[in-house]
Design a protein around this ligand. Structure first.
Ligand code: OFO
Length: 169
């Protein structure tokens, strides 16, 4: 049976993961408005990944005999001044998520739940990958500046991203 404090911390993180899904869906809509279909595709995959992150924890809490209690999802920002500014926000958000996963692991450590720590290892590695992927797109956007031809080339690259359901834990 999962410790109550840890159950609450998992529930908080499930809410954050659903918020991530919602935020990236808002960004997907932003790129739809800009008619940049490769970016739209990139966010479509990102949205699916966030849902998988949330559901991985949702299933885990149940597997451990705990209860999931869903809370309201915060309204995300829905507009950005440029693709560059949008990706700056993506990186900031992923760094925030990393800090939350670390905090969740702190609770698992505090209540000496080694099984939960081992489960959360996957999320920690995933955050390293997420920050690196986002950092790459951000670095390219910084180089592009106002060059619309280069932006369209990046858009074409981002159209190639595909979703593979992760095996969590
Ligand atoms: Fe983007 O990693 Fe989950 O939130």
């Amino acid at each position: 049976m999962i410790n109550e404090k840890l159950e609450k911390a998992f529930n908080d993180q499930i809410n954050k993961e659903f918020y991530s899904e919602y935020l990236y869906l808002a960004m997907q809509a932003y790129f739809e408005r800009l008619n940049l279909k490769g970016f739209v595709n990139w966010f479509t995959v990102q949205v699916q990944e966030e849902r998988a992150h949330a559901m991985g924890m949702f299933d885990y809490v149940h597997q451990r005999g705990g209860h999931v209690e869903l809370e309201a999802i915060e309204k995300p920002v829905t507009n950005w001044s440029s693709p560059l500014q949008c990706f700056e926000e993506v990186l900031k958000h992923e760094e925030f998520v990393t800090s939350r996963i670390n905090a969740l692991m702190d609770v698992a450590e505090e209540v000496k739940d080694r099984a939960a720590l081992s489960f959360l290892d996957w999320y920690l590695k995933e955050q390293v990958e997420e920050e690196s992927t986002v950092g790459d797109v951000l670095a390219t956007l910084k180089l592009i500046k106002d060059d619309s031809k280069a932006l369209l080339m990046l858009d074409k690259d981002l159209a190639a991203r595909t979703f593979t359901a992760p095996v969590i834990g």
